[in-house]
Design a protein around this ligand. Sequence first.
Ligand code: PFF
Length: 467
Amino acid sequence: MEDKRAQWGSKLGFVLAAAGSAVGLGNIWKFPGKAFEGGGGAFLLLYLIIVPLVGMPAMLSELSIGRASQSNVVDAFGKLGHRGYTWVGWVSWLSAFIITSYYSHVGGWVLRYAVAYATQSQTVYADPLGYFYRMLGYDPVAESTSFPLVAIVFAAVFIAVCALIIIRGVEGGIERFNKIGMPALFVLLLILLVRAVTLPGSAEGLRYLFSLDLSKLSFQTLLTALSQAFYSLSLGMSIMVTYGSYLPSSEDMPKNTLLVCVMDTLVAMIAGFIIIPAVFATLGPEGVGKGGGFAFVSLAGVFQQMPGGAVFGLLFYLLLLFAALTSTISLIEGIVVFLTERYHWKRTPTTVCVCAILFLIGCLYTCSQAAYPIHGVWFDFANGLSFPAFGDAMEFLTDRVMIPIAALGSCIFVGWTWKPSAAIDEIQRDGIRFRLTKTFSFLIRFLVPAVILVIFAVSMFTGTTLS
Ligand code: PFF
C-alpha cells in the first residue's frame, strides 16, 4: 500500500487530468453527429444550458465525495459514515471495469488507424469499409472470419502505454502525461479546425451549426443532449471521486469544475466545427454520422477528398488517440486505486494484472465485433447471448443499466443522505468561497436525479443511453 495518499502536484495538473478524462472519444466522434441530428445550433444551445445545470452540480458532488472521504470509490461512502451506499461504489467500479475493457480496445483501433494514415492511406481510401472489417478479422469478399490479430496487437500496445503511465503514479505519470497530451490535443484540434473551415464548400456546414431551427428540438433531442453531457463529463463512473480524492483541501473545487466543464464543452464544440463543415464540403450532409463506423469508415471519404488528406487524417487519429489515452488512464486509475487501498496490493503488479484482465475481456469484445466464431467458448444459446452479441450485451449493461443506477445513487447520496450541506462544507474548507450554495442544493436534490431517472426509464424503451 502507498503510505501516504497521492496528490496532484499542481492545480493545472488536476485540471488537465480531469479534462483529459472528460475529453474522449465521446467528444470527437459522438458529439458532432448528435449536434447534427439535433438541428445544429439549437442542439448546441441546449447543450450549453445543460452542462451548467446538470453536469456541473453532478461533477462537483463527485469531487466532494472524493475529497471528503480521501478514498477510492468503493470505500468512499463508508468512510463518510454511510456504508449502506457501498453498493453504489461497487456498481461504479464494475461499470468502469467493463467499459474500460472495450474503450481500451477501441483505443487500439485508433492507434492502428493513426499508423495506417501514416503509412498506407491509399489502401484505406481504396476500400474504407473493407479495411475496417479486415482489421476486425472479417473478409467481406470471401465472407469469412479469422482471428482479428491486427486489432488485438494494437490494443495490446495501447493498454501497455496506459499501464506504463499509471505505474509511474498520479503526479509522475498521469499528471505529467496530461500536461503534454492535453496541450497537444488542443494544438491538433486548432490545426484541423483551420483546415476544415477553409475547405471550399464548408460554409454550408458552418451555416448549419449557426442556424437556430427550434423546430428540431424535441424530447428526444433533450434526452440525447443530457446523456451526451453525462458521458462526456465522465460522470456516473465515479472517476471524479477518485480524481477528487487527490485534490488538496486548499483547491477551489467549483472553479476547477467550471474549468474542466468549459474545456470539455469547448473541445466538443470545436470537434463539431471540424467534422460538420468538413463532411458537408466533401460527402455532403448525408455523410454526417457518429460512432466508430463513422470515425473509421465514413471519414476516409472526407480525408481522401481533402487536399493534404493523409496528413490531416494522421493528425485526426492522433487527436483521437490522445483523447482516448487520457480517458482510459482515468478509468484504469479508478479501478487500480481501489485494489491497492482495499487489499494493500502494490501499484505496479496490480496495474499489470488489471490491464492484462482488461485486455483479455476486451479481446472478447473485439472478436465479437468481427463475429469471430468462437461459439461454445462463450455462451452459445443458438441466437441468445452468443458470441457476436457479446459487445452489445456489454454496452447495454453499462450504458443503459449500471451507469444510470450508479449516477442516481451518488446524487441521491449527496442530495438526501450525506446532504448538500456536508458537500458544501467540504467545498468551502480552507476558506474557499462558494456563492451558489442554494442553487447547488436545489439542482443536486431535484433536477439532477429527475433527469437521470427519466433517461433511465426512457432508455428501456428507446435507444437513449448515458453514452
Ligand atoms: N468522457 C469520456 C468521453 O467523452 O469519451 C468517456 C469516459 C471516460 C466516460 C471516463 C466515463 C469515464 F469515467
